[in-house]
Design a protein around this ligand. Structure first.
Ligand code: ATP
Ligand code: MG
Length: 169
């Protein structure tokens, strides 16, 4: 169904964010040095049916999707960096924060140096195109908001956080 990876092949770096399910860390591939992001869950070893279902749904959806404006899924590990029975999802690392942060900066008339009107249009088109792709594949995101749009090195958007997503039949 989806690719399993060994966390021993990666080195855990700094914490880059916190969500309701756990903590996101920057990690490095020990062989290639490639920087990635690891979403480390904290409560999924609990026999909590709802959380496990949400989690499997997120992994399954991520592993199926391929679009320039949808976050790239790398793999999944059922054990964390401490060897405990807590799941980890690895995705590409997006270095420029969230669209929400950019909107706040624009509101203060202080956007990132590389931001431009063209980037605004690329973000609008990218998110619309990602949603069209998801819908064409019968996926409903159900939590689309600026916090869930991450920005790559060019300030191109990547839709993320499919924890609440649903496949429509
Ligand atoms: P929720 O748990 O409701 O989804 P959330 O979206 O804030 O809340 P996470 O998806 O765990 O939680 O992400 C937390 C933060 O980590 C994000 O806001 C973002 O700043 C950072 N982050 C998450 N994934 C990545 C990534 N692939 N690359 C860079 N930063 C990321
Ligand atoms: Mg999020």
């Amino acid at each position: 169904m989806c690719e399993f990876l060994k966390v021993e092949n990666y080195t855990k770096g700094s914490c880059i964010g916190k969500g309701s399910f756990g903590i996101v860390y920057k990690i490095a591939d020990n062989k290639t040095g490639e920087i990635l992001a690891a979403k480390c869950f904290m409560n999924l070893a609990e026999p909590d049916y709802v959380n496990k279902l949400d989690f499997r749904r997120e992994i399954y959806l991520l592993s199926q999707l391929k679009h320039p404006s949808v976050i790239k899924y790398i793999g999944y590990s059922p054990t964390n960096f401490e060897g405990l029975n807590f799941s980890v999802i690895v995705t590409e690392y997006l270095p420029n924060g969230t669209l929400k942060q950019i909107l706040e900066q624009l509101h203060r008339s202080n956007p990132p140096e590389k931001w431009s009107e063209t980037k605004t249009l690329i973000n609008i088109f990218g998110v619309a195109s990602a949603m069209s792709y998801l819908h064409a594949n019968n996926v409903l995101h159900r939590d689309l908001k600026p916090e869930n749009i991450l920005e790559d090195e060019h300030y191109y958007p990547k839709v993320t956080d499919f924890g609440l997503s649903k496949i429509e039949n």
